[in-house]
Design a protein around this ligand. Structure first.
Ligand SMILES: [Zn+2]
Length: 379
């Protein structure tokens, strides 16, 4: 993509400039101690490389980590909601280490700045609001190695994207927005197929800005979430049929889910700011799991920051539905009618219908999306 497109009209990256931690494979790579990363750490590494985690240039040192866990601030005072850390057993002996994925493929070099111990209970309590190991994020934290290795990274091998045509780095989404002449862009995070309710939110948001970034998370999720390839097919048929092509960019968000609910909503918003979004949709129970978080916690947490401290503007939405009496999509904010007039299906009911090869009501799911899901369920 052209690098000459002026992107100054877009929101500035978090901290002021976009980090680029890609670089050359060093000649002495073979002599370095190797640290093996988990799938989540690999996705964090890739986001460090691309600038998606700007202003971070590497895995967090203790001052940043403590500030983030305690008060959602980096050591320099900039808002930041979740640790980005690399867990190890022991301090390495050298000043630099090689970082590899679980298959042994070399990805990056880390300049060792610090190795420190951390308190799992405190991280769990502050970041996930629970120490219950049934929570997938807490379980991952408790299973992790006991020390954090901090330092700046230089990434010479990017992990292969499962969806290369959708793998746009922040500088590429920024260029795409600028080429279309957009200034105000709303980002939509999702890890589910988009049914009518979320189609409605994205369109209501789009009415007030220049463009929409549909940014599905394609990193590691729980085993029972709809697989990313099926979701991508759902997004394509929906966007092709029901959104103007020149108002939407579909791209993959390479992060792994943390299921940290409110804090992850902040973290997701900051990442999308780096991708060039000026606005970010926050629905009910954003990035939640089970019933660990209150319905509106992911919206209320934005009040813990001064207005404009994050710069990116959150757009809060209620649960929405089709109302037969209104004859339109609506929410409790815009419809005075009762539940009998609302077309609502639980997630379980939708899965039942699709599993049986039945198309849910058109007011709930677009037929084209239902067909993709039915096909996936039957194979
Ligand atoms: Zn109504």
């Amino acid at each position: 993509m052209s690098a000459v497109v002026a992107t100054e009209t877009l929101i500035k990256p978090h901290g002021g400039s976009l980090v680029d931690r890609t670089g050359e494979r060093p000649g002495d790579l073979e002599s370095l101690e190797v640290v093996t990363l988990t799938a989540r750490e690999v996705s964090d590494l890739d986001m460090l490389a691309s600038g998606a985690l700007s202003p971070l240039e590497g895995f967090m040192g203790r001052a940043d980590y403590e500030g983030v866990v305690d008060s959602m601030r980096l050591a320099n005072g900039l808002p930041w909601a979740l640790p980005v850390c690399l867990a190890v057993d022991e301090a390495p002996s050298g000043e630099r280490v090689a970082l590899a994925d679980e298959s042994g493929r070399m990805l990056a070099v880390l300049e060792v700045a610090e190795v420190y111990e951390y308190d799992r209970d405190r991280e769990a309590e502050n970041c996930f609001r629970t120490t219950d190991e049934a929570h997938p994020g807490v379980a991952r934290l408790y299973a992790q190695k006991p020390r954090y290795l901090a330092g700046r990274v230089t990434v010479f091998e990017r992990p292969e994207s499962s969806f290369p045509e959708l793998a746009l780095d922040p500088r590429e989404t920024r260029a795409a927005f600028a080429e279309r002449g957009w200034k105000r862009v709303v980002g939509f995070q999702t890890r589910n197929p988009i049914h009518r309710a979320h189609e409605y939110l994205t369109k209501v948001a789009l009415e007030t800005v220049d463009g929409l970034l549909v940014h599905p998370l394609v990193g590691d999720t729980k085993g029972d979430d709809v697989p990313a390839d099926v979701r991508i097919d759902c997004y394509r048929v929906l966007l092709d049929g029901y959104y103007p092509e020149d108002r939407v960019v579909l791209s993959a968000f390479p992060a792994a889910m943390r299921y940290a609910g409110p804090r992850e909503a902040i973290w997701h918003a900051i990442c999308r700011k780096n991708y060039g979004c000026s606005h970010f949709i926050v629905g009910r129970d954003h990035a939640g799991v089970g019933d660990y978080y209150g319905t509106y916690d992911a919206q209320l947490i934005f009040d813990e920051f001064e207005p404009h401290a994050l710069d990116i503007e959150p757009m809060f939405f209620e649960h929405s539905f089709f109302c037969k009496a209104c004859g339109t999509m609506a929410s409790a904010k815009t419809c005075p009618h009762g539940g009998d007039d609302h077309v609502f299906l639980s997630g379980t009911k939708v899965r039942e219908l699709l599993g049986a090869g039945e198309v849910p009501p058109e007011e709930f799911t677009r037929r084209e999306v239902a067909e993709v899901l039915i096909e996936a369920y039957s194979s």
